[in-house]
Design a protein around this ligand. Sequence first.
Ligand code: ASP
Ligand code: MG
Length: 413
Amino acid sequence: MARIVAKFGGTSVADIERIENVADKVAREVEAGHEMAVVVSAMSGVTNKLVQYCAEVSPLYDAREYDTVVSSGEQVTAGLLAIALQKRGISARSWMGWQIPMKTSDIHGKARIEDINTKEMEKRFAEQEVAVIAGFQGVTRRKRIATLGRGGSDTTAVALAAALKANRCDIYTDVDGVYTTDPRIVKKARKIKKISYDEMLELASLGAKVLQTRSVEMAYKRDVSLQVLSSFEERVGSELPGTLVTKEEDIMEKHVVNGIAFTKDEAKITVFNVPDIPGVAAEVFRPLAKNNINVDMIVQNTSSDGKVVDITFIISEKDADTAVELLEKNKKLKGAKIRTAKDIVKISAVGIGMTSHPGVAQTMFKTLAEKGINMQVIATSEIKISVIIDKEYLELAVRALHDAYGLDKKKKK
Ligand code: ASP
Ligand code: MG
């Protein structure tokens, strides 16, 4: 017997037929003897609609009442799923955030979970009752409903799994796992069976948007094993059909490179002709930091006469115009020229085995060179190597690297 928290996202509960499908899946886990806490999202599209209603009534709405409105979608699905389970002869009840209670901070619209009291729920597990929990919501000290920010049901599920000391947290969604790269670009992309938290965070922040970054971080900190799986496939969570995100120690087969991630929404800024004296880099980056602009990769080159330097860095494309404006305004950078390139992409190879295997960077450089692709910026960390290249070579580069690192799906004989 295991204790499992299962979370079903909006597309998995989009209509009655799909809620019945969820009930079938939960019923199979219950029949196998597992204790189940099921966290549900609102039916897909519902939360967007509710958000829109608030804005229609008043663009300056009261955030507490916004939370009252937008949290209601989850109440509907929690009740419906409890009814569907009861119809199958399974004892089940719904739990709103305030009934658990799931206590949160009072930052309405993006509250943080502070404490979860699981006593009553656990007592009922012993009586074979399934708990169906409305995701995305909690209650503040002032007894108001608060929501956790869009996509927050993942966070509800992970926090609950930690509080319940669950054996696993299954995140059912519309994709069947985490892939070695985007299958739309590389047909030979494979589903990853097991991946470490570190790798998942890199892949998530690099654009593999399967799990909310915040929920992966929480799972990491609180030692919750997460499985990403599809609610549209036959197998249930306990058959482990998806991708398991877990501790590095639990991964026997450590791939040198486990995935190739890429992001298209970056811009490259080069500041030319800056005097080579202490303090200039601080002048370039101070106004950016002050304006909350995140800088990702930085390269500095000195001219051959050693008098001036060029500083190149990568930021999010949406920040590029603001950054240029700030740099041009800075009188201490007088004489500097600024150039922006938006037609670039960042490609990264990610893997925990990298630290113990030399030559991983060399494979990337050689592979790109063979395809005639120029690398504009290179950066490395313990578990990843990233390069900036022209956007037009994105697909070619991702395919070539996926193959070079041995990630391509093997042909079935
Ligand atoms: N229903 C909420 C949203 O759409 C929370 C969630 O689905 O995770 O943002
Ligand atoms: Mg979601």
